[in-house]
Design a protein around this ligand. Structure first.
Ligand code: SF4
Length: 320
């Protein structure tokens, strides 16, 4: 049984369907990437697993989110609070949204340990120093005494990762955890996070817009477009063969060594807003392979011959 299994999850606000039939799962010790452009529904998917949907009138229309045998869609807020930070941890894009500027970083990690693991002050500080050392922060005991503004962006994100790891959660959801960082530290942070997740047999749901990060870190990937799954598969398979034109386009956007100047491809147009989703296949206004049927009929998710799933009327990879 998967640690987290999201099945046919649909979320709507009024008549607008924000997420439509999202399905994926992640096992312990594995990294699942959720990829797509801004507006594809990645963060909303993460927030729905965390029970933090910012929708006053929004609701889960159908589907289930099963975490370790518990259906989170029916959970009371008080029970959700016991899971968050304890069994399910969240790493946000911008470390400053997770750190308190007036509390030293050591005290902030200590607080997680004391709250969730009931550690004494002394044991918590010892553990905080160990965590920072595992995250390759030199002179960790001294760093614990510093305040967020005294640290670089990369160091701050390591502190946030330490806070997420502190309570030994089963699942970490990381929403673009390196977007706010310099490219030079992005790869290091992702590598460290993935290494620690695998060592501790946790599961990681990694939200990103970057197929390069997917290739570097993930076992499986779900490609989202305009609130629907376009394609999902094991990462190696998806880089060998893309069954959906959107996945193909995303991979075409990755710069490669030796590329001729001007040969990097973009995807024409942009992800539509929720109020202007196209009929039929939501990708059809940007799809080079669109035909009449794409404008009127929604492609259903179908199993592919290489073990994945795709939603496209004309996918060559669909199982016969
Ligand atoms: Fe393109 Fe049609 Fe496939 Fe949509 S269903 S991705 S428009 S070919």
């Amino acid at each position: 049984m998967s640690l987290l299994a999201v099945d046919n999850l649909s979320i709507s606000i009024g008549n607008v369907t924000l997420l439509d039939g999202i399905t994926f799962s992640v096992d312990k010790g594995k990294v699942l990437g959720i990829v797509g452009e801004s507006g594809s529904g990645k963060s909303l998917t993460a927030l729905s697993v965390m029970g933090l949907l910012p929708l006053s009138r929004g609701r889960i229309r159908s589907g289930s989110v099963i975490f370790d045998g518990i259906d989170l869609t029916g959970l009371r807020e008080a029970d959700y609070r016991k899971l968050r930070g304890n069994r399910i941890a969240f790493i946000a894009q911008n470390p400053m949204t997770s750190l308190d500027p007036v509390i030293s970083v050591g005290d902030q990690i200590d607080q997680v340990l004391r709250l969730h693991l009931k550690m004494t002050r002394k044991a918590a500080r010892q553990r905080s120093i160990e965590l920072l050392s595992q995250l390759r922060i030199p002179e960790a005991a001294e760093v614990c005494k510093l305040y967020p503004h005294q640290l670089s962006g990369g160091m701050k994100q390591r502190i946030v990762i330490a806070m997420a790891l502190a309570a030994d959660p089963d699942l970490i959801i990381a929403d673009e955890p390196t977007t706010a960082l310099d490219v030079t530290v992005q790869a290091q942070i992702i590598e460290l996070l993935v290494q620690l997740v695998r060592q501790r047999d946790m599961a990681l749901m990694l939200i990103t817009h970057d197929m390069g990060v997917i290739a570097q870190a993930c076992d499986d990937v779900v490609v989202l477009y305009a609130g629907r799954v376009a394609e999902s598969n094991e990462v190696g398979a998806i880089f060998r063969q893309q069954n959906h034109p959107y996945t193909q386009a995303l991979i075409g956007c990755i710069p490669r060594a030796g590329m001729a100047p001007g040969s990097l491809k973009g995807i024409p147009g942009s992800v539509p807003s929720v109020s202007s989703y196209a009929s039929g296949c939501r990708f059809h206004p940007r799809c080079p392979a669109a035909a009449d049927v794409c404008r009127t009929q929604t492609p259903q998710i179908t199993k592919t011959a290489d073990g994945g799933h795709v939603a496209c009327h004309f996918s060559a990879g669909v199982q016969g």
